[in-house]
Design a protein around this ligand. Structure first.
Ligand SMILES: Nc1ncnc2c1ncn2[C@@H]1O[C@H](COP(=O)(O)OP(=O)(O)O)[C@@H](O)[C@H]1O
Ligand SMILES: [Mg+2]
Length: 247
């Protein structure tokens, strides 16, 4: 089957800092791919290069057989690629439902929704489905800013799945989330993958989270791919144990 995403030999330098040094991998339809690696190894920069937030210094990004290198984030959105950022992007003054509606409009990138202004653009039923899927019914009308941090992270993840994207990239969705919410988030991400066939890539520090959620894992070290494989492959990989798991 054709990969959903192919990342080919991406490099990114910031002045003298060579943050990403020739990273290649693909994402297969219906899989959850994990990306792990120590702080500063280039994970977020790689996402930014894939998503058009940053131009790669070299290399290519292909989406379902179409070269999309250098497209703007809004163009990629329209092609069905969405993301979360390492830091929360929810709108604190809007309700949970309004946040989801806004995310749906953003992903559609439709001029129509902008012309129609702040209406719901017909997205309320989709937002309510997402609320039910993420088990947030009791929070639907709450202001996002009033939710716990873990609930906000859950909302942030749910927003990325609005409008049925082809591919979602999640940057540390579990960062700073307590154990109960962590289990909740993992269960919901697994469910959206299994029940709705969502394909996504997740950067995460929490090793147990990645190992129990992902079908394959990419290990980055100093901007390079140290290993790619199933969680079992990665656990048994001597280079990974030496560089990362051994600590
Ligand atoms: N906009 C930027 N300008 C300069 N250096 C950056 C920028 N973004 C990231 N870096 C540097 O690139 C390296 C990789 O950072 P990052 O991709 O955030 O790592 P990670 O997400 O794996 O923690 C770090 O050395 C970081 O300081
Ligand atoms: Mg990061």
């Amino acid at each position: 089957m054709k990969p959903v995403l192919e990342v080919r030999d991406i490099h990114k330098s910031f002045g003298g800092i060579h943050a990403v040094r020739g990273v290649s991998f693909d994402v297969r339809p219906g899989e959850i791919l994990g990306i792990i690696g120590p702080n500063g190894c280039g994970k977020s920069t790689l996402f930014n290069c894939i998503l058009g937030q940053l131009p790669p210094s070299s290399g290519e990004v292909w989406l379902e057989g179409e070269r999309v290198t250098g497209l703007r984030p809004s163009q990629l959105n329209r092609l069905g690629v969405s993301r979360t950022f390492q830091l929360l992007q929810v709108f604190p003054k809007l309700s949970v439902r309004e946040n989801l509606i806004l995310a749906g409009q953003e992903h559609r990138g439709s001029m129509l929704s902008r012309l129609l202004g702040p209406g719901d653009a017909g997205l309320t039923p989709d937002a309510d489905k997402m609320i039910a899927f993420f088990k947030m019914q009791h929070l639907a009308d709450e202001r996002a800013g009033g939710l716990s941090f873990g609930q906000q992270k859950l909302l942030d993840a749910a927003m990325a799945f609005m409008a049925g994207p082809r591919l979602v990239l999640l940057d540390e969705p579990a960062g700073g989330v307590n154990l109960t919410m962590l289990g909740n988030l993992k269960e919901r991400l697994k469910a959206i993958n299994e029940e709705q066939g969502a394909t996504f890539v997740v950067i995460e520090h929490n090793m147990d989270f990645v190992m129990s959620l992902c079908s394959r894992v990419v290990v980055l070290a100093e901007g390079k791919v140290l290993a790619i494989g199933t969680p079992a492959d990665i656990r048994a990989n001597q280079a990974v144990i030496d560089a990362y798991l051994g600590h």
